[in-house]
Design a protein around this ligand. Structure first.
Ligand SMILES: Cc1ncc(COP(=O)(O)O)c(C=O)c1O
Length: 389
């Protein structure tokens, strides 16, 4: 006898399977000595991954590992408490200061993850009576932050400044906020930040920018989208960056004015009520920051990989992107799963991304490149794609 509740779960699970939207964890074991992007899969097969956001290949850097181990020996593994209740260590403060100096902002606050940071920033700064204008392809954590804030959400067509201007023109009560990814996580294209800043100024709106996929990848010293467009970073009110992607570690931070950071430290519930990051991660992130700032050679390698891949498979249904996120638009979920499985048989790990992560009928392969890839790795991928597509 199943309860009604259990019956409902089963119906929901069978619907996921029937629509090719079922998800499973894939266990990947890095190969000793070689490390990522080479892994051993669950069936013992050797897999070259094109799925990681470790764009600069820092996650396996010995210098990061050594810094983390040294900090663990000094301070232990877990922070043991919330940041405001005894969980803050010198390594946290050192990292926050270094991040603020790197970006030239007044202050930085560390968060447990980018997801928590986005929830905290938006629910603290955006009020219930405010208006939020958000790109339709913004990351789920930004959407969830707006939901939590209770503000009215207006989603403009992806990258469409005319549509955004129309929304802003209509006006309304409360403060206006423009919220956008810097680099869009599933398409890989770059937000038109100068135009967003002009509109923000024209209509008195604030800007919240999510640099999860931009920091380390774009601009001088990897300073992100504003640097990419040669724009003053102070044209943006609040910037979120994660330590889990190009930094190769885990955690996140918010950069802005001293007032913004003071407000978040005092009001952001996802900051106040979370256990502080393990300080070993912040020690590793400090080393990562140095490598990332001086990472021009890695960024150039990434550009060469991208250009080579596109040149080798010119006729594939690529999404337009100048970043290491290279999407192959395949449409329906079944087709994306099939191509992903064919690649896997060729020793290449490149998962299908399906709704609701991407809009309906836009299932795709999200291929991500890393400076840790070798030229031969890109060749292997290009050959397999030519054969399969
Ligand atoms: C655009 C964007 N924002 C925020 C996040 C969340 O960051 P984190 O993985 O640190 O929670 C991600 C990562 O998944 C992302 O792609």
């Amino acid at each position: 006898m199943h309860t009604e509740r259990e019956e409902q779960w089963r119906v929901e699970l069978s619907a996921l399977r029937a629509h090719d939207l079922w998800r499973e964890l894939q266990v990947l074991q890095p190969v000793p000595k070689r490390g990522p992007p080479t892994f051993v899969g669950a069936q013992g097969e050797l897999l070259l991954s094109f799925a990681s956001n470790d764009y600069l290949g820092l996650s396996a850097e010995p210098a990061l590992r050594d810094a983390a181990i040294a900090e663990i020996q000094q301070s232990g593994v877990g922070a043991g408490a919330a940041p405001l209740l005894g969980g803050e260590r010198p390594a946290h403060a050192t990292l926050a200061d270094a991040l603020a100096r790197w970006l030239g902002v007044e202050a930085v606050l560390l968060f447990g993850s980018g997801y928590l940071a986005n929830l905290g920033v938006i629910s603290t700064l955006v009020g219930r009576g405010d208006r939020v204008y958000a790109d339709r392809l913004n990351h789920a954590s930004l959407v969830d932050g707006v939901r939590l804030s209770g503000a009215r959400l207006h989603r403009y067509r992806h990258g469409d400044m005319t549509h955004l201007a129309q929304w802003l023109e209509r006006g309304g009560r409360g403060q206006a906020w423009i919220i956008t990814d810097g680099v869009f996580s599933m398409d890989g294209d770059i937000a038109p930040l100068p135009e967003l800043a002009t509109l923000a100024q024209q209509y008195g709106a604030g800007i919240i920018l999510d640099e999860a996929h931009a920091f380390g990848v774009l601009g001088t010293e990897g300073q992100g989208t504003a640097a990419h467009w040669n724009m003053d970073i102070h044209g943006v009110d609040v910037i979120m960056g994660t330590l889990g992607k190009a930094f190769g570690v885990y955690g996140a931070f918010v950069a802005g004015s001293q007032d913004v950071v003071d407000l978040l430290r005092n009001r952001a519930r996802s900051f106040i009520y979370h256990t502080a990051l393990p300080s070993a991660l912040t020690a590793a992130a400090l080393v990562a920051l140095d490598l990332l700032r001086h990472g021009d050679a890695r960024r150039e390698r990434l550009t060469r990989h991208r250009q080579h891949l596109r040149a080798q498979v010119p006729d594939a249904p690529w999404l337009a992107s100048e970043t290491p996120i290279q999407g192959l638009l395949l449409g329906d979920a079944r087709r994306a799963l099939t191509v992903s499985a064919q690649l896997r048989r060729a020793g290449l790990y490149c998962p299908a991304v399906r709704p609701p992560t991407v809009p309906a009928d836009s299932a795709r392969l999200r291929i991500t490149l890393s400076a840790a890839h070798r030229h031969d790795d890109i060749e292997l991928l290009a050959t397999a794609l030519r054969e399969i597509l």
